[in-house]
Design a binder for this molecule. Structure first.
Ligand code: NAP
Length: 373
């Protein structure tokens, strides 16, 4: 049985991954060893009801990590940057799987999104690649939702404007957004219970609360609840945010497109006050004016998780929102219609749970592929 070192299992991605692995009984096929960066020696998670959890090992102990056949890390890039080279220097030859961006664009790594790029992953495995990295969450969700067009060579270019959930920034950020919501509610609770209170007064109190010095914002650096954040991640040359830069870079890397075959993908990435589920509104320039029925059929056929939502008000409000999709593996695609610019221009709105398909699920499936080898 292969030994799998689990690192970062306490965070947003890691907790969702554990939940999925338990639900799918993955732990029956591997020997899991749990590591931590902050709780060394404390009991690990309860995976097998008949066994007491072993104490957590130190996630920075190279000697312990090097005993693993596979290391699956749900920590951030800083951890990968610190630990992966030390493991290589120690001669470790196992498989490294992680969710961070640090290794994604490296030649000795492949981005794991097997419903879209299984053949590319198989080639990487055959050629001895040992690093398999989950893609950026919005890119993975876009390619799962619209893979029927992207994989079929139907896309000339795409502009994706995102609506990304608070949990995309991690567990502490998710808690902060809820604390912000609580602070806002507290600020107006008395007025809300008074039907005679003027709504403009309530609105002013909310704005004052958001702008007050003690409004909780150490994670986001700005109010998210009752607002939005028009910048995600660092700054890149040319005015893009790093999150926006990833759209083209990772799309083409996942699809294995180089040179003239590359697809231009760009847009603005925005954080909104939803809990889970990244959504994106796309304008897609098709290579030719495909009929809408063909487009819907191509999208629905790409993978079993895509659900095409009819482009009408009732179906869109019922099935095309984070409230409808959150917590499941369904990737909803809707608002499909030709734009006024011409028959090659397609509008689409797609969303999925970024902690599942945008993070944990591709890693879990890649682990499964490795276990079956
Ligand atoms: P996270 O929630 O911040 O967790 C990362 C680690 O922080 C945990 O494993 C834990 O490690 C530590 N931690 C510190 N305080 C914690 C707390 N209060 N609750 C839980 N854990 C705490 O990060 P994440 O969102 O899972 O992201 C991990 C990696 O996946 C990042 O590289 C991120 O960019 C990437 N990613 C995230 C998403 C997403 O939607 N969140 C999607 C795709 C990719 P110790 O137990 O070792 O202390």
């Amino acid at each position: 049985m292969k030994t799998v070192g689990m690192v970062g299992w306490r965070g947003m991605v890691g907790s969702v991954l554990l939940e999925r692995m338990i639900a799918e009984r993955d732990f029956e096929h591997l020997e899991a060893v749990f590591f931590s960066g902050s709780q060394v020696g404390q009991p690990g998670p309860q995976i097998h009801s008949e066994r007491r959890p072993a104490p957590l090992l130190d996630a920075h102990c190279i000697a312990d990590l090097a005993q693993m056949d596979i290391i699956l890390s749900c920590q951030g890039s800083a951890y990968t940057r610190a630990v992966r080279p030390q493991l290589a220097a120690a001669g470790w030859d196992g498989y490294w799987i992680d969710a961070a961006s640090e290794l994604r664009m490296r030649e000795d790594a492949a981005i794991a999104l097997d419903p879209v790029n299984r053949a590319l992953l198989e080639r990487a495995l055959e050629s001895g690649v040992k690093n398999y990295i989950g893609g950026n969450c919005t890119v993975s969700l876009m390619l799962l939702g619209l893979g029927g067009l992207f994989c079929g060579g139907a896309v000339d270019w795409a502009s994706a404007m995102t609506y990304q959930a608070a949990s995309g920034a991690g567990a502490a950020a998710m808690r902060e957004m809820l604390a912000q919501m609580g602070a806002l509610h507290d600020a107006v609770a008395a007025d809300l219970s008074n039907p005679a209170a003027a709504v403009l007064h309530i609105d002013r109190r909310l704005a004052d609360c958001q702008r007050s010095a003690d409004f909780p914002q150490s994670e986001f650096g700005a109010p998210l609840a009752g607002s939005l954040l028009p910048w995600i991640d660092g700054e890149m040359p040319g005015g893009q945010s790093r999150e926006e830069w990833k759209a083209a870079a990772e799309t083409n890397r996942i699809l294995g497109l180089t040179g003239e075959r590359r697809i231009a993908v760009d847009g603005l990435c925005v954080r909104v006050a939803t809990m889970r589920c990244h959504a994106q509104a796309l304008c897609i320039k098709l290579r030719r004016a495909l009929p809408l029925e063909d487009i819907e059929a191509m999208l629905a056929a790409q993978n079993p998780w895509v659900e095409v939502v009819p482009n009408n008000r009732t179906a869109s409000l019922a099935g095309l929102s984070p409230a409808a999709v959150s917590g499941g593996l369904r990737i909803a695609v809707g608002r499909l219609r030709k734009l006024q610019m011409g028959p090659e221009y397609l509008a689409a709105f797609t969303l999925g749970d970024q902690l599942l398909w945008g993070a944990a699920e591709p890693l879990r499936r890649l682990l499964g592929i490795l276990m079956r080898r």
